[in-house]
Design a protein around this ligand. Structure first.
Ligand code: VGL
Ligand code: ZN
Length: 213
């Protein structure tokens, strides 16, 4: 849903999803135009009262890597105990340069970094719930304990980690906004249009950073 200007309130949180080298042009799982989010994210991060970051943070041999499945290639899908998994190139291996936050990201005011996808056999696009849909990252409890939220999401990738995080934020009862000029998508077989349709249907607000006052 589109609405007009929104004024920043004291409990508002900017949730910066996965702005990591492997998702930038030249990275292992490059999101087209992914580096375009850095400038708007920096401007937002300077203005929000609270900033929380996520990092995709996989062990070597992670179940989401095509290289962990004999004969499979990136962007194919496989059935796993928790559902259908898209297979990716090896990316965001914990501690590597590819997993590091983008060099130009100015987020020193971030109060929390949530790392996700760290269990070898379960992926986690969402900042709240792993792909088994039962294991929690702790983020909802952290936000509630501190009395924080509304949530304003930005980062990468719109149709995977941003959308899953936004949908779970909404399901947790947080007022949730997507900052459209501060996200970019991967877009596999229409996944970007689908993600926006699902977010619209869930009551997630869409605005541009210029509409945040
Ligand atoms: C992501 C695919 C695999 C993301 C993470 O950050 O959107 N996408 N791992
Ligand atoms: Zn990943």
């Amino acid at each position: 849903m589109r609405d007009g200007r929104v004024r920043i309130e004291p409990a508002d949180v900017l949730l910066v999803i996965d702005v990591q080298n492997d998702f930038l042009p030249g990275g292992a799982l490059a999101v087209p135009d992914g580096d375009a989010v850095i400038a708007p994210v920096n401007r937002l991060a300077a203005r929000f009262p609270h900033v929380v970051l996520t990092q995709d943070w996989h062990p070597p041999g992670h179940v989401s890597f095509a290289s962990s499945h004999a004969g499979r290639r990136p962007f194919e899908t496989v059935p796993l105990p928790y559902g259908t998994q898209v297979l990716w190139p090896d990316h965001c291996i914990r501690g590597t340069a590819g997993a590091a936050l983008a060099a130009g990201l100015e987020v020193e005011r971030a109060e929390l970094v949530i790392r996700k996808g760290h269990a070898r056999d379960v992926d986690s696009y969402s900042a709240f719930l792993e792909a088994d849909r039962t294991t929690r990252t702790g983020l909802a409890g952290y936000l509630r304990e501190r009395g924080l939220g509304r949530l304003f999401l930005c980062g990468l990738a719109t149709d995977f980690c941003v959308a899953w995080s936004a949908l779970d934020a909404r399901a947790e009862g947080f007022a949730t906004f997507i900052v459209a000029d501060a996200v970019r998508g991967i877009d596999i077989d229409g996944s970007l249009d689908r993600a926006f349709a699902e977010m619209d249907a869930a009551g997630i607000h869409r605005l541009t950073s210029g509409e945040i006052g």
